[in-house]
Design a protein around this ligand. Structure first.
Ligand SMILES: [Zn+2]
Length: 390
């Protein structure tokens, strides 16, 4: 089953975005991938959905995906783990979802939103030999045949500042912001470490060892109290999803990550101009649904939110974001030199600007896109920003 047969098409690896657990987590299929998976499987591809931490950093998620596919115990790297105060090792996968993965069996990787950035970091770690095991395998960028990003913050997102990250002093988070409340909730979930609760939402941050089983109740409650006053072991430093969605993080990553001349890179850009177009945004699923419902209530916008979950959440986020976005764009311009009006130059998908979804352009434009394809759907386009030589 695992070893591809001659002539069989490559495996497609699907990575979910922020707050989305991913694959068959808790026995539920993350239904965002159901339709694209069925379409790809109908063409002979095998689709594997992976389940990295929905709130972890890009580095940690890429490590988790590697071992989930290849099998073995997740290793985040000693230097990285020491620098960010978490355990070096994470979960163990006795059997990988695609253990035959290698340069002779490369995969196509598709990532939605934050999952697109994760795909890029995964290929970067493969290219730099981060996972290589002498005598067993030597990884390279060639393990990935193509990278497709869908509505991904390739240059960071201004929304993350509206939710609480400080544009001037990230990774610092504003107290009593939505991001701050979410971080406290995540600390509490990790402390309780209660399987019943984690059935609804599992942050999958066990490598930070915040559970009462590891820390004891006294120290665990102290950790939560520190998070309440803005001194979180996770969110006061840059090894988390909130920081990795900032322009500051993308600015650094885009300098580090090299494209591989033998890999195809595609980006799907969503710029729905009308609110009803936001209904196509795929967040109304599985565990995500529960999280967003709560979030919608916290934002407390409008009557009749039942039955309008996705639309409501996106409308709420858009409303929350729209009155702050100008100030964030100005702060980023003065800090990183990205012209403030760039962000509004290509529309948005309701929460994420088309400017950032297109291709890496901060701090410098990557090579000019090879071509842009406008789909029959007026609100979506595809950009091929680097293709292999013929
Ligand atoms: Zn880490």
């Amino acid at each position: 089953m695992d070893e591809p047969q001659a002539g069989q098409k490559p495996v497609v690896v699907a990575i979910g975005g922020f707050l989305c657990g991913g694959g068959d987590l808790n026995g539920r299929v993350y239904s965002f991938w159901r339709i694209p998976s069925a379409a790809l499987e109908g063409q002979g591809f095998r689709v594997v959905t992976v389940s990295p931490s929905p709130v972890g950093s890009l580095h940690d998620r890429a490590c988790e995906i590697f071992y989930e596919l290849k099998g073995g115990t997740v290793c985040y790297g000693q230097e990285h783990s020491r620098a960010h105060g978490h355990a070096c090792h994470g979960e163990t996968y006795d059997v990988g979802l695609f253990s035959a993965w290698g340069k002779d069996n490369p995969v196509h990787v598709i990532g939605h939103s934050y999952g697109g950035q994760t795909a890029r970091v995964l290929q970067h770690l493969l290219a730099t030999g981060f996972f290589s095991k002498p005598g067993e395998y030597q990884t390279s960028a060639a393990w990935v045949r193509s990278v497709t990003t869908c509505n991904s913050p390739l240059n960071g997102s201004l929304l993350v500042y509206s939710l609480g990250e400080r544009a001037d002093t990230a990774p610092e988070v504003r107290l009593v912001s939505h991001g701050h409340l979410l971080s406290v909730a995540i600390h509490a979930l990790e402390l309780l470490d209660w399987p019943l609760l984690k059935r609804f939402f599992d942050p999958r941050l066990s490598h930070f060892e915040l559970s009462w089983r590891r820390r004891g109740w006294r120290q665990g409650l102290k950790d939560v109290a520190l998070a309440v006053v803005g001194k979180s072991a996770i969110y006061s430093q840059p090894d988390n999803a909130a920081f990795d969605m900032t322009v500051q993080s993308a600015h650094r990553l885009n300098q580090e990550i090299q494209t591989n001349p033998h890999t195809f890179y595609f980006s799907l850009v969503g710029t729905g101009p009308k609110e009803e177009d936001l209904l196509v945004t795929p967040t109304d699923t599985g565990q995500t649904k529960w999280v967003f419902r709560v979030w919608a209530r916290l934002l407390s916008l409008g009557p009749g939110w039942k039955g309008l979950k996705t639309k409501l959440v996106y409308s709420a986020l858009k409303r929350l974001h729209s009155w702050q976005v100008g100030a964030h764009a100005s702060a980023i311009e003065s800090r990183l030199g990205v012209a403030a009006d760039s962000w509004s130059s290509a529309g948005d998908d309701g929460v994420l600007e088309g400017y950032t979804q297109s291709h890496p352009r901060v701090p410098e434009e990557c090579e000019a896109p090879v071509r842009a394809i406008r789909s029959s759907c007026a609100s979506h386009s595809t950009t091929v920003h680097r293709a292999p030589p013929a």
